[in-house]
Design a protein around this ligand. Structure first.
Ligand code: COA
Ligand code: ZN
Length: 323
């Protein structure tokens, strides 16, 4: 029986509960893979992800091919993927040259990256934070009036593998700087899985006083097993957008000990079990994830692809039927 007072599924309160997953396996996931993944296979992966219901996919990066040889075919990938309506295809860029390449490749959004830690920024981007910010200024001026969206990431926002603890005031200050530059989207990234749920809740609450939930993304790595706990802490604190990688792939080649992003299908499974809407088809995701070991030549960390969903039941053993 339908209760007339039951809100419809499109009720704004329920929509506000939606957790947006940005799939980053084609970028964060593949950038660290030692074996070359053919351009056609990258395109097939991105097309498969588009079909699974994502609205945001980080499809590659336009960085130095010497720094990240695994993604040197960004132009070909962006040129040949099927652009599904409603999907934003994001490209990571470090400098103006990267932004020019990404615009030429018709990326919908550019993700600029700088670390809160000077040391990690020098290791990753081979420049100081000041030089990165100067490059971002050039990019903002360059993309102005193109209609292309801008997001900027604070990498190592929850800890640095070289410097350790990162001052939360510094992270908030960088967020303010990005916003003052006219960059709307903000990502807080836990590059090497050093965040804990209480720290996450604290920082998310502070940043949400400056940035609306629709413009804030959390990027967690599961390096110390805290990835999904951090997602829940951030969600409870009001965050609604999260990066995740199919199979739990991923990692920064310039951060010692880096390991995979939180695993997309494990996150979507968590959301399904808890009744948090994501709009993503878990069955399609699991099929894509189960193809990864053959594509990459190694096992991947995701757990639900191995265990199956809660509802994937097993036949009852014969001996049980006779007890
Ligand atoms: N795309 C393609 N080539 C680029 C480029 C870009 N965005 N930026 C620089 N290059 C090229 C230059 O043209 C130059 O080429 P050459 O040697 O053939 O003349 C070479 O790279 C070095 O350029 P330079 O400006 O001196 O760069 P650098 O060596 O100081 O490195 C970065 C700076 C930012 C380009 C490099 O560190 C980088 O790409 N880092 C990204 C790392 C990354 O993706 N990490 C993971 C994601 S967070
Ligand atoms: Zn990452």
């Amino acid at each position: 029986m339908t209760d007339a007072r039951t809100p419809p599924l499109t009720d704004p309160v329920q929509a506000a509960d939606k957790l947006i997953v940005q799939e980053v396996a084609p970028r964060d996931g593949l950038q660290i893979e030692p074996t070359w993944v053919e351009t056609a296979d990258k395109i097939a992966l991105i097309n498969g992800l588009s079909e699974a219901g994502f609205t945001r996919i980080e499809a590659g990066s336009f960085v130095s091919p010497k720094a990240i040889p695994a993604l040197r075919d960004g132009e070909a990938v962006f040129a040949q993927i099927e652009r599904r309506a409603g999907v934003i295809y994001v490209a990571l860029v470090p400098n103006l040259k990267g932004a020019e390449r990404a615009l030429a490749a018709k990326a919908d959004e550019l993700n600029l990256v700088m670390s809160a830690s000077q040391t990690h920024n020098r290791a990753n981007m081979r420049m100081s934070c000041e030089s990165s910010l100067a490059a971002f200024g050039d990019i903002v001026r360059h993309v102005k009036d193109t209609g292309v969206r801008l997001n900027a990431t604070v990498a190592t926002a929850f800890g640095c593998p070289f410097e350790g603890v990162i001052d939360e005031d510094r992270v908030v200050g960088i967020v303010d700087t990005y916003r003052e530059m006219g960059i709307k989207g903000i990502t807080l990234a836990d590059t090497t899985g050093m965040a804990n749920p209480r720290q996450v809740a604290r920082l998310v609450k502070r940043v949400l006083q400056r940035v609306p939930p629709s413009a804030l993304t959390l990027h967690f790595h599961n390096t110390r097993g805290l990835g999904l706990a951090n997602v829940l802490a951030a969600y409870e604190a009001g965050a609604r957008r999260f990066d995740a990688a199919l199979g739990g792939l991923g990692g920064c080649p310039f951060a010692p000990g880096a390991s995979g992003n939180i695993c997309t299908e494990d996150l979507v499974n968590l959301c399904n079990e808890m009744g948090i809407p994501t709009g993503i088809d878990l069955v399609k995701l699991l099929a894509l994830s189960r193809a990864l070991p053959e594509l990459l030549g190694h096992d991947v960390p995701g757990q639900v692809a191995k265990a199956g969903r809660n509802s994937d039941l097993h036949p009852v053993p014969d001996y049980v039927l006779h007890i």
